[in-house]
Design a binder for this molecule. Structure first.
Ligand SMILES: Nc1ncnc2c1ncn2[C@@H]1O[C@H](COP(=O)(O)OP(=O)(O)OP(=O)(O)O)[C@@H](O)[C@H]1O
Length: 288
């Protein structure tokens, strides 16, 4: 399985924050989702990948090359969706397209107009007169219309209505079907990733908590529920995250520490459970 992106020992210091020793691969033919709480470093990591932010140390290789070696060649192969609008607000969709398309050698006019139609975007409307969701759709149309091999998106589904979000996920699945392309995107919509992602990278406080196949990750943990009394039988150092109520508790454990107990219910966690309890931590004494 070929890595389209390889990030090794990446360090980046910002004012009160650092990306700390990030190692991550993005594989050809698959969708990799990037999750993490607000401020975890998702946008920072994506900006490093796009060479919009310089790294302090470590190495990022895309298609086997660093930005220093071949940034133009690399960017030609990437369809990029930013988390904020980077188009000319006073110009129309059509006028913006004319400017952006000049940059791409493999720009495909037919593909662009078919996306406009599919996304119901009026080409003469100015960007500033588009809704948030329409802006995102326009970004997507641009990103997909120059035959990118790698698609990198920062929270592309924010602002999309549920109907289009589903369609968007189908588009992503279509794109990776030929096994030649890769998609990497950050999102807070963990349910979307449960539907379409093959790999999940989870970042917290600038550090990579894990990066692995989705099914492997979901199998690594178990959600345990029970009465407070049963909690005494669990070694607290094995609890990744815990929420106590007046009568009971719910907690996340590594599956290897799962114990047989008549008063405990074991469930398969969702990605959201894993993220929630990992970020929350083992606040054993608190009651909610
Ligand atoms: N321009 C900047 N200069 C310095 N620090 C910044 C800048 N932009 C963001 N940061 C800091 O970098 C850290 C990571 O922010 P980042 O935007 O990468 O997180 P994120 O995971 O994308 O968050 P969110 O889910 O809220 O979009 C935060 O502590 C933030 O305050």
């Amino acid at each position: 399985m070929e890595n389209i992106v390889e990030i090794r020992s990446l360090m980046k210091n910002r004012q009160n924050f650092k990306l700390n020793n990030i190692n991550l691969d993005i594989k050809r033919g698959f969708i990799t989702g990037l999750i993490g709480p607000n401020g975890a470093g998702k946008t920072s990591l994506i900006r490093c990948l796009m060479n919009l932010m310089h790294i302090d140390s470590g190495e990022i290789k895309l298609f086997g090359k660093t930005h220093l070696e071949a940034t133009n060649e690399i960017k030609q192969k990437i369809g990029f969706v930013y988390d904020e609008n980077y188009f000319y607000e006073d110009l129309s969709i059509e006028q913006n397209k004319r400017i952006v398309s000049m940059f791409y050698e493999k720009w495909d006019e037919r593909s662009f107009y078919s996306y406009l139609e599919r996304f119901q975007l009026p080409k003469h409307k100015r960007i500033k007169d588009l809704s948030k969701g329409m802006k995102m759709k326009f970004s997507l149309a641009i990103a997909l219309s120059h035959h990118p091999v790698l698609i990198i998106m920062d929270e592309p589904t924010s602002g999309l209505d549920p109907v289009f979000r589903r369609e968007f996920l189908d588009i992503l699945l279509d794109i990776v079907q030929d096994e030649q392309k890769a998609i990497f995107f950050s999102t807070h919509m963990t349910k979307d990733l449960e539907q379409v992602a093959d790999y999940i990278a989870f970042i917290n406080n600038g550090e990579l908590v894990f990066s692995d196949e989705k099914e492997v990750i979901l199998d690594l943990y178990v959600l345990v529920k029970g009465h407070k009394k049963a909690l005494e039988d669990i070694d607290s150092s094995n609890i990744i995250g815990l929420k106590e109520t007046a009568v009971g508790f719910e907690g996340l454990l590594a599956r290897q520490y799962q114990i047989k107990h008549d008063d405990l219910i074991h469930e398969k966690p969702t990605l959201e459970d894993i993220m929630y309890y990992t970020v929350r931590g083992n606040k054993h004494a608190s009651t909610y």
